[in-house]
Design a protein around this ligand. Structure first.
Ligand code: GLY
Length: 294
């Protein structure tokens, strides 16, 4: 069975630029190189997501949006389908690559750490710090604070999350995601991304999935686990379509990338765009959105 890495850069209404797609392609190349070198799916997922966090052009890591009090609190999670080990960080401040911090949590006897402990562990392992938000970003937040626009409308102007799923040479799968959250969020708000079973899920017997979209709806549906379990009983595309339809019916929007146990991949979203792509030995493919599955 072929090794495969798939990446998404957030579902939304905003059309990805050439720069977004080029960066996505770079994340795929760097993650896939790890797989070719014999790395585990988990390591390829971390490598790909770290590229997107570092770029500063997506809503994750260096590009993460601010909470309404001006703090940048980042969320990320990872799951290894070979043993169901998982790690996540919630509201992490001042660290450039929350996905690397989530990886560190996997080596602890815990699954989730909030900023209090995650930050200490990240610093102890010399993870790169993240500078405080610039004046330009604070000005953007000020504009959001002043506007009467509904949060839902504001949300449409931003990408939500980045994520990756991979299958390695041992046929094991892994999933990960990283985000700055959603626009106009209250201080302390947590979305789906660091919640195992909501934003990500991986079990080598079934598949691996990474989600993006309105976190509140994704949490309420346990979207990642629901799709991962439904693919035992129905075709993967049908499982994804059913759950995404249900998300829309409760007022949300979402996108997913899914690898299945039999080697298949599904990319689907309810929004006009979701920059995404995948790479196998046949080549690297990148899109601004999978419009046929809207
Ligand atoms: N999907 C990202 C969030 O809701 O925080």
């Amino acid at each position: 069975m072929n090794m495969l890495l798939a990446v998404h850069c957030g579902a939304g209404d905003r059309k990805p630029t050439k720069k977004h797609l080029k960066t996505l392609g770079r994340a795929l190349e760097i993650g896939y190189k790890k797989l070719i070198e014999g790395a585990k799916a988990l390591d390829a997922v971390v490598a790909a997501i770290a590229v997107l966090e570092d770029s500063g052009i997506f809503n994750a890591g260096a590009g993460g949006i601010l909470q309404m009090d001006g703090a940048r609190r980042l969320d990320a999670s990872l799951m290894d389908g070979s043993d169901l080990n998982a790690g996540s960080v919630i509201g992490l401040e001042g660290i450039r690559n929350p996905i690397k911090a989530a990886r560190l949590v996997m080596d602890l006897p815990h699954v989730m750490l909030t900023n209090l402990g995650a930050h200490k562990i990240a610093l102890a392992h010399h993870l790169e710090p993240l500078e405080t938000p610039s004046g330009k970003i604070m000005a953007k937040l000020e504009k959001i604070r002043r506007t009467d626009t509904e949060t839902g409308e504001l949300y449409k102007r931003y990408f939500s999350t980045v994520g990756a799923v991979a299958r390695d040479s041992e046929r094991n799968v892994a999933a990960g995601a990283s985000t700055g959250g959603v626009v106009a969020m209250l201080p302390g708000r947590v979305g789906d991304t660091p919640i195992i079973g909501a934003g990500v899920y991986a079990d080598t017997r079934f598949g691996a999935i990474s989600c993006t979209g309105t976190g509140e709806h994704i949490i309420r549906m346990s979207l990642a686990k629901e799709i991962c379990m439904n693919i035992r009983n129905m075709p993967p595309r049908a499982a994804a379509r059913l759950s995404l339809k249900n998300i829309v019916s409760i007022g949300g929007n979402a996108g997913i990338i899914l690898l299945t146990e039999d080697g298949g991949a599904v990319i689907m979203h309810t929004t006009p765009y979701m920059a995404s792509g995948y790479v196998t030995k046949r080549g690297c493919f990148v899109w601004e959105g999978m419009h046929s599955d809207k």
